[in-house]
Design a protein around this ligand. Structure first.
Ligand SMILES: [Zn+2]
Length: 506
């Protein structure tokens, strides 16, 4: 680090001491946001109008001095907000167009509604979206996304690439047609292409955890600047040669990297030098941009109209507080599982308590709205059905209660199944008295099971479901929330309370 800084200082001194200038120095301000799916400010920070306001302020300031602004997005905008549950992220692209991003990378959440919806969203986007390591149907690239881009800034060329986490298939619904190549390997190739095409400065937009970002930078010396996302960290890292900037999430913070780029005489001919300064702006005190604020409020009203629709009255009290849905049978958990089983015609249904997020007490007699259901199930999860052996079903239930003492989100809510468990026993041997449709579980028999797509993929430790034979996969499955809404409407309200489906012996 010290050696690198020393070199940089020497180079700068050399530049100052009268070597011939190859080009006018460039003032480049990178304004970076990542992981933003929220319309409005929360607790005073973030949201579209504040992001737009900083971008406009920075453009005015830098362009007045003859510099240039690059407004970048580090991935994850299409999901999982409530309005996205209705319009599959269309409003986010409309807002991003209005804010005027210059480049974005695809995040895992961009695949939450499947590749076909993403293709449509990419058609709507007026800014370039990079997907350098993504392939589609066996060929490099994703329709509507770019492998790389060269932009001109003053007398300099800036190369851009975009890398998306290889975890996307397990985090999202990218499906069997979309592939994600290793990040550093891809970056090496794309950076070489960009340098060959004359890129003076190379910027990688990434959507991955920072450990991966560090690995990518260490392995690919040709990347100058990495603008990240995914792990919601506010982060600046600089070793004198390469820099990382990540801006948290939701526009609560907006990161700015202000660069002076210059081409000077080096030991081996012309050489590019750049000096950064960094700011991480907490947006709490930022005035919202009025144009974007108006768009946000129009989308909020649309959302309110969609959500206000009443679905039915609950005859039982419902308690969706975090501790309640992760420790014991729960009336709301039963409701969800009943809706999944009824909608699919499966023998049984299982969903994990961690997917229930409303953290609310509803008294008996309360009218539930769509908003209540979507607040409880905000992730846009779908109901997958599979054929599963009794022994794997039993293993899944064991997993479900394996961390009950930690309040883990894997706690199972069931329909068509009843069982008992003893949390004092070692994990893996806690479950007993399992019945499916009031008949003791047959370990050798194959059952049709409905589960949410997250646990179907082995999420929350449910690896037993990976052994199932899929009947309806996530891409063709329906939203759990829609099934719950339909079920409450058709049943004329919520009737089932806690009825001994999951009995605790401890
Ligand atoms: Zn992400």
């Amino acid at each position: 680090m010290r050696a690198a800084l020393h070199t940089l200082l020497l180079l700068t001194l050399f530049a100052v001491c009268g070597s011939p200038a190859y080009a006018e120095p460039l003032r480049l301000s990178i304004v970076h946001v990542n992981d933003w799916d929220r319309l409005d400010a929360r607790d005073g920070a973030g949201g579209a109008a504040k992001i737009a306001s900083i971008a406009r302020y920075e453009r005015d300031r830098v362009e007045a001095e003859g510099g240039q602004v690059l407004l970048t997005f580090g991935g994850d905008m299409l999901s999982p907000s409530l309005l996205s549950g209705f319009d599959k992220g269309a409003h986010m692209v409309a807002l991003a167009n209005a804010i005027g991003f210059d480049a974005a990378v695809l995040g895992n959440h961009e695949f939450d509604f499947g590749p076909d919806v993403l293709k449509q969203r990419l058609k709507e986007a007026k800014y370039p979206v990079l997907g350098s390591n993504i392939s589609y149907k066996g060929k490099p690239g994703f329709p509507g996304a770019e492998r790389s881009r060269l932009v001109t800034a003053g007398e300099y060329k800036i190369g851009l690439l975009g890398l998306t986490t290889t975890d996307t298939p397990s985090l999202s619904s990218s499906g069997p047609d979309v592939g994600f190549a290793p990040l550093a390997e891809t970056a090496k190739e794309v950076v070489a292409e960009l340098r060959k095409d004359g890129a003076d400065l190379v910027i990688a937009l990434t959507h991955a955890v920072y450990q991966k970002d560090l690995e990518t930078l260490r392995q690919v010396a040709g990347i100058d600047i990495l603008l990240g996302g995914h792990d919601h960290l506010v982060l600046v890292l600089y070793d004198g040669k390469q820099a990382i900037l990540k801006s948290g999430s939701q526009g609560n913070f907006v990161g700015i990297m202000d660069l002076t780029v210059d081409r000077v005489e080096g030991r081996n001919g012309p050489q590019l030098v750049w000096q950064p300064s960094f700011s991480l702006i907490n947006t709490t005190d930022v005035e919202p941009d009025p144009v974007l604020a108006a768009k946000v409020s129009a989308f909020s009203s649309k959302l309110d109209r969609e959500l206000a629709i009443e679905v039915g009255v609950t005859e039982v009290a419902l308690d969706t507080r975090r501790a309640s849905v992760r420790s014991a049978e729960n009336a709301f958990g039963n409701l969800i599982a009943d809706a999944m089983r009824t909608a699919t015609g499966a023998d049984a249904a299982i969903t994990n308590g961690g997917g229930i997020r409303g953290d609310t007490n509803y008294p008996a007699g309360r009218t539930l709205t769509r908003k209540d259901v979507l607040t409880e199930l905000p992730f846009g999860n779908r109901t997958v059905t599979m054929r599963l052996k009794g022994s794997d079903l039993r293993a899944a239930l064991e997993n479900g209660v394996s961390q009950v003492e930690k309040g883990a989100g894997r706690f199972p809510h069931v329909s068509g199944i009843s069982f008992a468990f003893d949390g004092r026993k070692p994990a893996g041997s806690r479950v007993s008295e399992v019945k499916v449709a009031d008949t003791p579980l047959d370990l050798g028999k194959v059952y049709v099971i409905a589960v949410n797509d997250f646990i179907a993929r082995g999420g929350d430790g449910y690896t037993a479901f990976e052994k199932g034979e899929i009947v309806v996969d996530a891409s063709s499955a329906r939203l759990m929330a829609s099934q719950v809404i339909d079920y409450v409407q058709k049943s004329g309200g919520v009737k089932a309370g806690v009825e001994g489906r999951v009995r605790r012996l401890d």
